[in-house]
Structures are given as structure tokens and as C-alpha cells.
Design a binder for this molecule. Structure first.
Ligand SMILES: CC(C)(COP(=O)(O)OP(=O)(O)OC[C@H]1O[C@@H](n2cnc3c(N)ncnc32)[C@H](O)[C@@H]1OP(=O)(O)O)[C@@H](O)C(=O)NCCC(=O)NCCS
Length: 363
């Protein structure tokens, strides 16, 4: 066996064949069309494979994103398409590929890595932990739309410029190019719904489904909250069944509106995350405190433990995962009895940092 290693460019078609046979049997599309920015020749340097006699037997891929947030720019490495041929499992091959992806992420200055999985224990062994927030709302309202002058459309024949313009207004978003949007519009089973005003200006868009995943989930949306709510009503009426809308914690306005009409709401985690460049991330967080006028923030690793606080008012967290959950949630400093009220107040001004990855970027 050879690897984990970076594939050569001529091996890409074999990787895609391997992934299709392992993960997309019975589908009439290739997995590469679902992840057009990750499983592509441009990103082959971020793939890790194990081969036997030139045959791919295990794979994982890293896709890096520059994520803009109101307080900091974060570099995030998403890891996906982790799979080992059943005949080669339990030999540490996926562990090796994930470690290789983490090394690549570190070399490319990612602050943290993220992935989406239900195999929590497997990834915990590799240092990942559930963190961040993800709110979802089951939208089943059959009321008519409020703004009768809006025009709704269903279909992916939309100007990517218009989508990019709205998307870029999000306070938290991964930087995307126009070409990214062109590619995303072609993802199979990814349905775009749009709301337009009388001047044919795009006011809101929403995306449901993505390949085999996120069916009936609105995993990406942008635009004015009122227009979005009307758009959700339209999608609900088109689909003739409830839809689930996913939203970040910081989208307070839309979340309030959704709470008022949703049958069920649920607070979950953004994903499983791991700090990749500890020093870089902690420095970024300290700078945010300074920018907010909060002096003497301490956030560092000492003797394997995590020290935080202000000046001499210091506290310790035993694990990296605790620090991760303090920075991105859901750990709430106000629930830590041992922290002084003064420090609680200062920390809650900055933490948890808002972080979100929109659905089309998930891998
Ligand atoms: C989940 C999956 C990717 C794991 O791949 P794998 O190559 O078997 O992974 P590893 O061998 O590194 O680890 C699997 C187990 O073997 C153990 N292991 C690791 N190194 C080992 C070694 N050298 N020898 C024996 N066992 C080992 C691991 O600790 C792990 O234990 P766990 O099952 O208790 O968590 C694989 O089962 C798979 O492809 N599943 C289908 C696709 C899928 O679900 N992908 C995940 C999507 S996020």
C-alpha cells in the first residue's frame, strides 16, 4: 500500500470513480458535480489518498475558505469525502488521510478545520469536537405571501452576479467568486428559488437540496428578511410539504421571524471542528478584545492547558475542545461558576465568535 499521499493529476479520474462507486451508487450524476470547488483539478493538491497497485482504496479532501466575519477574517479548512474501501477499513487509512488533510490545512494557515458527520466518536479520536451553532426551523405555514408585488421564480437559470451581490452582504460568509456561483448553480438536486421586485431586482434567494444531501432543507439564503419570509412561503406552497430552514445564530432578525411561524425549532452544532493553528487563532481572538477596547486579554496555552482571562484574573480550561467551544460556542462563559462577573461580562462581549458556512460550501 502507498500513502497517505497527494495524488498525481492523472489519478483524479480514478479518485472520482472510487468516490462514485463508494458513495454515490445508483445516482445518475458524479460526486464531483456536487462539490465542484473541492473535487476538481484545481484542488488536487488538497486531496489525500491511499493506493494499492494504483487502485484507490481510501480518500479524503480538504477545501480551504477565507471566511469573513464582522470581527476577524478566519481561514477554515473543510474536510470531506472521507471514505475507505470496505475491504481496507479498520487499518488506520482514513485516520492517515485526515491527519494529512490537517497537515495541509496547517501549512495553508487555516485557523481551524471543520467537517460534517454523524461518526462523532471516530472524529473525536482525531481531536474534533462539535462546536458552533446551527439553528433549524420547520416551516409549514400555508399563509399567503405578504408582499403581493414580489415575483417569485423557481429554477437555476439565474444571473450568478445577482446571487453573488446578495450573498456578499452576509456579515459572515466564505469568499466566493462568480465562477464558484456558476458551478454551484449546476449542482444536481440543488434548487434555487428567487424573489424579485417590480424593477426586476433580486431581493432574496434560497437554495434547497444539494446532490444526495439536504433534501427539503434550505441550506443557503440571502436577502431582506421580509422578502425571504415571503420566499419561504412560496417554496412551501410549491413543494406542498414542510421545509426546514437552516440559519446561523447571528441572523437574529430572520430567526425571530422564523420562530414566530415555525412548527419546531432546533439548536444544533455548526459541525465538528478542530483548532489547527492555535497560536494564530488565539492571537486573532485577543486582537478582537483589544479592538473592542477590552485590555489585557489573556488567551494562551500553558503546560498543555488553556489559560484565559484578563490581567491577573485568570482561569484554566483543561482541553482544546473546551477552548474551541468557548470561542465558537456553545460553551457560554456565563455558565462557568468559577469565572468572575467582570470577566464574564468582558468575554460575552466578544465570544462566541459568529461563524457560519453556507450550504453550497459544505463538503
Ligand atoms: C468511517 C470510515 C471513513 C473509516 O475509515 P477507516 O479507514 O476504516 O478508518 P480507520 O481505520 O482510520 O479508523 C477506523 C477504526 O479503526 C481504528 N484504527 C485506526 N488505526 C488502526 C490500525 N492501524 N489498525 C486497526 N484499527 C485502527 C480507529 O481507531 C477506528 O476505530 P473506531 O471504529 O472505534 O472509531 C469508513 O468506515 C468508511 O468509509 N465509511 C463509509 C463512508 C463514511 O461514512 N464516511 C464518513 C463520512 S464523514
Amino acid at each position: 500500500m502507498e500513502g497517505p499521499r497527494t495524488p498525481e493529476s492523472h489519478e483524479l479520474h480514478r479518485i472520482v470513480e472510487f468516490l462514485d462507486s463508494q458513495l454515490r451508487q445508483g445516482n445518475n450524476w458524479t460526486i464531483a458535480s456536487e462539490y465542484p470547488t473541492a473535487i476538481t483539478p484545481n484542488n488536487i493538491h488538497n486531496m489525500s489518498i491511499v493506493t494499492e497497485d494504483e487502485r484507490i482504496v481510501s480518500h479524503a479532501v480538504l477545501k480551504t475558505y477565507i471566511v469573513k466575519t464582522p470581527y476577524a477574517i478566519l481561514k477554515v479548512g473543510a474536510i470531506g469525502s472521507v471514505v475507505t474501501d470496505p475491504a481496507y477499513r479498520q487499518q488506520g487509512l482514513s485516520t492517515g488521510n485526515i491527519k494529512k488533510c490537517l497537515e495541509l490545512a496547517e501549512k495553508q494557515d487555516c485557523d481551524l478545520a471543520i467537517l460534517w458527520t454523524d461518526q462523532f466518536d471516530f472524529y473525536r479520536k482525531l481531536g474534533f469536537e462539535l462546536a458552533g451553532f446551527d439553528y433549524s426551523y420547520i416551516f409549514n405555514s400555508t399563509e399567503p405571501v405578504k408582499n403581493k408585488s414580489l415575483r417569485f421564480m423557481s429554477g437555476n437559470n439565474v444571473d450568478p452576479n445577482a446571487l453573488l451581490r446578495l450573498y456578499s452582504q452576509h456579515t459572515v460568509h466564505a469568499v466566493r467568486t462568480l465562477e464558484d456561483f456558476r458551478q454551484f448553480l449546476k449542482i444536481p438536486n440543488s434548487n434555487v428559488y428567487t424573489a424579485w421586485d417590480q424593477n426586476n431586482t433580486l431581493l432574496a434567494y434560497a437554495v434547497e437540496g444539494k446532490g444526495v444531501d439536504l433534501i427539503n432543507y434550505i441550506h443557503e439564503w440571502s436577502g431582506q428578511a421580509e422578502a425571504l419570509m415571503d420566499l419561504f412561503h412560496y417554496i412551501r406552497s410549491q413543494k406542498q410539504q414542510p421545509i426546514t430552514v437552516m440559519a446561523p445564530s447571528h441572523s437574529q432578525n430572520l430567526r425571530n421571524k422564523l420562530s414566530n411561524v415555525a412548527e419546531v425549532s432546533h439548536q444544533g452544532y455548526l459541525g465538528m471542528m478542530k483548532i489547527v493553528n492555535e497560536q494564530a487563532l488565539l492571537t486573532k481572538v485577543k486582537k478582537i478584545f483589544a479592538a473592542e477596547g477590552i485590555d489585557k486579554a489573556v488567551l494562551e496555552k500553558q503546560d498543555g492547558k488553556y489559560v484565559f482571562g484578563f490581567g491577573t484574573d485568570l482561569y484554566t480550561l483543561a482541553n482544546e475542545s473546551d477552548m474551541l467551544q468557548l470561542i465558537f460556542g456553545p460553551l457560554n462563559v456565563n455558565n462557568l461558576d468559577f469565572v468572575s462577573n467582570d470577566s464574564k461580562q468582558k468575554i460575552s462581549k466578544v465570544l462566541p465568535l459568529p461563524l457560519w458556512i453556507w450550504g453550497w460550501d459544505s463538503i
